[in-house]
Design a protein around this ligand. Sequence first.
Ligand code: PBG
Length: 325
Amino acid sequence: MRMKKRPRRLRNNKMIRSLVRETKLHIEDLVYPLFVVEGENVKKEINSLPGNYHLSVDRLKEEIEEIRNLGIRHILLFGIPNNKNHLGEEAYSKDGIVQKAIRKIKENFDDIYIITDICMCQYTDHGHCGILTSEGRIDNDETLKYLGKIAVSHAEAGAHMVAPSDMMDGRVGYIRESLDKEGYEHIPIMAYSAKYASSFYGPFREAADSAPSFGDRKTYQMDPANGEEAIREVDLDIEEGADVVMVKPALPYLDVIRRIKYNFNIPVAAYNVSGEYSMLVNAVKNGILSEEAIMEALLSIKRAGADIIITYFAKEVAKKLRGDF
Ligand code: PBG
């Protein structure tokens, strides 16, 4: 058969396939989330996120040594405080769990890039991402003051980058101003810009003990049906001073990642969230999918346009890229 064009020529063997491969995952693309808890000598596997741990500050060093040896250099810190209250006070206390963790990490490592999640839901007794009015609404503008304080307290403790995940209006601008006022104009903001009101956060809420005690997050997180709104959110966040924008979750929103990548010239992060992780881990554990599905899923996030991937799979990917998976 005469055929001038035969796409299979470029798939003939491993060598040619690697030469024409368009997308590659790198360890440098990955950010690994870590959950820090109060107490001593705690390293407890998180039921809802197998392979990930609740760690006390004194056990952080060994965990970070492990990921560092794998080549992972970027972490996203979440704190789980002992005491929650209406105002989420531990979130901005000098001796809050995240602040202590940052100081400990900086004491031990100078080549680990520390990003902190800025939100109130782990710290408030009602589990919402903001301050409540007396009628139980989330008070947007009042919440901004707290988010500003949290960001400054993380920067004071030594965070390299802050990542607001609360979805209040105007928070990026407010945090930018708060940081600048205190001399932290060099600290970048990675905004959770297109953060959807998603069912895929279930395992995280168990891990972080942050499920809302009433209602849901639909008055602040985005409607999963909306793509254009994501563009508007990103536009606003960039205007307010975001340095990196994020889409979250990742896999069910690859189209949104792509739209943002094509519409803006700014680094795009994607959060491969807890529910995406659980689905794959369970499918592999039960023999339904092969382990290769993990790399395929992460690669698809990169192919869609993400520059940065936040993922609980970071260790597995690092091992795979090193060739010992
Ligand atoms: C805090 C926050 C959440 C996640 C990251 N930051 C939970 C939520 O919004 O309910 C979810 C991460 C994941 O599911 O892996 N607001």
